[in-house]
Ligand binder design. Structure first.
Ligand code: ZN
Length: 316
């Protein structure tokens, strides 16, 4: 083996290391609960998978970061949290699905949208999403999942979630989300966010001080950049002056749950007539996972097997 290959090994390993994680905390004598995340590796993984434009990457990166933080509040490992956005803008549909194991997957219907910057010179995520609504689905394994749907406030996602927490959960909250790209490589160099929530026992003084803090903090990605992508330091900055007590740290990652059986279930749900039409065409069926892009191929003999289970016997 050439020496350079051996020398490259640790470097490659280091580059593949996942440093994304979230932290939870309480502050001001339990008047405040807080959670923060650094998610640049998983957002970069999604960006690379579908060659996302910066605006598409920023939108889905913000959504996945929020979903991971909210997913941490789910009780059971099999529970899932889904945030869907349907907007009239060019990005159209976005979905992020998470759980409390720190896993997330995300989908953007139009990955190559490009728009000029907004009035403040930033990526115009709100403009790319446009008017529309946000749906939050908590599937706790019961007969019907909990579904909340609200109109979008700005399409900037953090603001929309703040509105959601106030309206649907009656919890005053502050949400910050951000994704930043390297200007030259277009790779994600910082991504993450925070959610601060006021508990019912919060006094007026705490509210006023928190509002003051929120007015004075820089953007999420600026805070991540100057603090080495540390969500702990992000919270220390947002909640400066409050007694911050960290509770836990948890690794988070991109993970798609697609598999061979998922496509089989879709094919099984087709009618006999539709399946026979596939056989007539004589070509194997190809299906792509809309989250990770992985391709699954189902041969004609697999289609015949599905038909046989439906009581239709066909000749090769
Ligand atoms: Zn997949």
């Amino acid at each position: 083996m050439p020496l350079c290959t051996i020398l490259n090994l640790p470097l490659n390993k280091m580059m593949m290391e996942n440093n994304d994680y979230l932290v939870t905390a309480r502050a001001a004598n339990d008047q405040i609960r807080a959670i923060a995340i650094t998610s640049k590796n998983l957002v970069e993984e999604k960006r690379k998978l579908h060659n996302l434009s910066p605006i598409a990457g920023a939108a889905i990166g913000r959504l996945m970061s929020a979903a991971l933080m909210m997913g941490d509040w789910l009780k059971n490992e099999t529970d899932t949290l889904t945030i869907e956005i349907a907007g009239e803008g060019k990005l159209s549909h976005l979905t992020a699905v998470s759980n409390n194991k720190g896993e997330v997957r995300g989908y953007v219907s139009n990955p190559d949208v490009v728009l000029p910057p907004n009035a403040s010179g930033h990526l115009n995520v709100g403009g790319a999403i446009g008017k529309g609504h946000m749906t939050i689905i908590r599937d706790l394994g019961l007969k019907t999942p909990y579904v909340s749907q609200l109109n979008l406030v700005s399409g900037e996602i953090a603001e929309d979630l703040t509105y959601y927490f106030a309206q649907s959960e009656q919890t005053p909250s502050a949400v910050g989300l951000g994704v930043h790209f390297d200007k030259e490589t277009v790779e994600v160099n910082h991504a993450g966010g925070f959610i601060i929530q006021l508990m019912p026992n919060t006094n007026e003084e705490t509210i006023v001080r928190l509002e003051e803090n929120l007015k004075n903090i820089p953007s999420v990605t600026t805070m991540l950049e100057k603090n080495g992508d540390s969500p702990e330091k992000l919270l220390q900055e947002v909640l400066a002056g409050f007694d911050l007590v960290f509770e836990k740290k948890k690794d988070v990652r991109w993970k798609c749950n697609c598999n061979e059986e998922r496509g089989e279930r879709i094919l099984t749900s087709l009618t006999r007539k539709e399946l026979l039409e596939i056989l007539d065409e004589g070509k194997p069926v190809e299906m792509n996972c809309s989250f990770c892009g992985k391709q699954y191929t189902y041969s004609l003999s697999e289609i015949r097997n599905i038909l046989a289970k439906k009581g239709v016997v066909t000749n090769e």
